[in-house]
Structures are given as structure tokens and as C-alpha cells.
Design a protein around this ligand. Structure first.
Ligand SMILES: Nc1ncnc2c1ncn2[C@@H]1O[C@H](COP(=O)(O)OP(=O)(O)O)[C@@H](O)[C@H]1O
Ligand SMILES: [Mg+2]
Length: 246
């Protein structure tokens, strides 16, 4: 499985509320697409449709050219609030999926992800004993235990302070560099989209469709040094204008 994700003409309403108005998405294997849109425009709805959690009224989602008809371990989803079980330790949270799937190497999978997320030493902690940034890393690690070719992230760093968020951006880029995973990340934060995306799609207000697409020109090595680059500042201002105009 290569993890090429495509959505064609996705329309979705809740009763009389039209939310998605024909959204097309194409993410090539190992690429990161950031979808940027205002609050309430339908970002979570779109991600849930991509994840197979929610049927669309029209259109289809294809993973490696095969229609997605429901949730699948190939589509790793991290919801806005994360997915950790509050009553389980970090280790048991990460071990939950592999154990459930009858894997024989549960400890090795968990140890590797604790390392990759910088959370070793905290494996006996409960989620509430972790900082916000650690909890978000843990939620992503929990989904990665299934080795999904596709990762769907719903505003994963939205609740964090600006400094922690920047650290998380550097961390996620490094993680995806080590284990290329087709990723769709929805956000309302322009800087986040430009730091993390290979491509950015702008969602209009509701009912939403993608009104602009851009290929992010800042290369693979992005981080805190990138945000002060004149070309970054310029593009950020330009995209912000487009977001505010929608
Ligand atoms: N299950 C649902 N039933 C009814 N309305 C919903 C449901 N889910 C979302 N909505 C509505 O759809 C719109 C888009 O919601 P959402 O996808 O959560 O937006 P975003 O994530 O961009 O903030 C909102 O007006 C919301 O109230
Ligand atoms: Mg949302």
C-alpha cells in the first residue's frame, strides 16, 4: 500500500445545513497536505469523511484507488481532542492497538514510538499527568502504532501555546521525515499550514470547497528559523489576506 489519498467531489449536509460543497483532495504518497479554513467551515466534517467515519452525500474517497467505505487501520485519525484513554497509562494507551490486533511485538512497537516521540520515561504516567504538548505527541504515537500509511490530523496543536506549538511543528516534521506518511492536517493557523504542508489547500467559508491550492516553497528543513525568513513572512501575509477574504 502506498497511501495515495484522493477525494472527489465530496458534498455533505446535516439536515438543511450544507457543509461541504464539492471538495476535491489529492495527496500523493508520503506528502503532507494542510487544509486551512475558518472555524465552522467543515474541516472536522471533511476529515471524518476522509477517515470513513462519516458517509458523504456525494463523491467518494479513494485510498490507493480503492473506495473507502468505513474506518480502517490504514487511516490513522487523531481527533481534535486526541484519543488517549484517560484511565490508562501512556504505555497501555500505546499498547492498546497492537494488543487488540494480536501483535507479538507489542513492547518493541511501544518502545520505538516512545523514543520517536521523546516520551520515554513517561510510560507509567496517566494522560492527565502529561503536559499538553506531550499529550498531543502521545495521541499521534498511539495512532502510529498501527503503522497506517495515512495520517489524518484534526487541529492537533490548536490548544497549545505558541512556543510549544512551534516545537511540535519541528517535531512532527522530523517524525514524518523519518517515517514518510501521507498526511492531511486541518488547521485554522496559516503559519502552521506553511510550516508543515508540502501543499496547502484553502477552504472557503461554509458551504466549503477548496478555493486555492499552493505548493509550499520552503523545502524540507523548516522550523523556527523559517518563520522569520522574508519570503515566509510575505507568503504568510498573502495567505492570511486570502483567508480573511473568504
Ligand atoms: N454531526 C453533526 N450534526 C449536525 N451538524 C453538524 C455535525 N457535525 C458538524 N456539524 C455542523 O457542521 C458545521 C461544520 O462543523 P465542523 O466540521 O466541526 O467545522 P470546523 O471543524 O471547520 O470548525 C458546523 O456548523 C457544525 O455545527
Ligand atoms: Mg473542527
Amino acid at each position: 500500500m502506498t497511501g495515495r489519498l484522493e477525494a472527489r467531489g465530496i458534498r455533505k449536509s446535516f439536515d438543511s445545513l450544507a457543509v461541504l460543497d464539492g471538495v476535491d483532495v489529492l495527496v500523493e504518497s508520503g506528502q503532507v497536505l494542510c487544509l486551512l479554513g475558518p472555524s465552522g467551515c467543515g474541516k472536522t466534517t471533511l476529515l471524518r469523511v476522509l477517515a470513513g467515519f462519516e458517509p458523504s452525500d456525494e463523491g467518494q474517497v479513494l485510498l490507493d484507488d480503492v473506495a473507502v467505505r468505513g474506518p480502517s487501520l490504514a487511516l490513522g485519525v487523531v481527533a481534535q481532542s486526541g484519543g488517549l484513554f484517560p484511565w490508562l497509562t501512556l504505555r497501555d494507551n500505546l499498547a492498546f492497538g497492537p494488543r487488540h490486533n494480536g501483535r507479538s511485538d507489542v513492547d518493541a512497537v511501544v518502545d520505538e514510538l516512545l523514543n520517536a516521540t521523546g516520551l520515554n520515561g513517561f510510560d507509567g504516567s496517566l494522560p492527565r499527568e502529561l503536559s499538553g504538548g506531550m499529550r498531543q505527541r502521545a495521541s499521534i504515537a498511539q495512532v502510529l502504532t498501527n503503522r497506517p500509511p495515512v495520517l489524518l490530523l484534526d487541529e492537533p496543536f490548536g490548544a497549545l501555546d505558541a512556543q510549544t506549538r512551534l516545537r511540535m511543528h519541528e517535531w512532527l516534521r522530523a517524525l514524518l521525515g523519518q517515517r514518510p506518511t501521507t498526511t492531511v492536517l486541518v488547521t485554522h493557523d496559516v503559519e502552521e499550514a506553511l510550516l508543515l504542508g508540502d501543499q496547502v489547500g484553502l477552504l472557503s467559508g461554509r458551504p466549503s470547497l477548496i478555493t486555492k491550492r499552493l505548493v509550499v516553497p520552503f523545502g524540507a528543513h523548516r522550523g523556527r528559523h523559517t518563520v522569520s525568513r522574508p519570503d515566509f513572512v510575505r507568503l504568510k501575509a498573502e495567505v492570511l489576506d486570502q483567508v480573511l477574504a473568504t
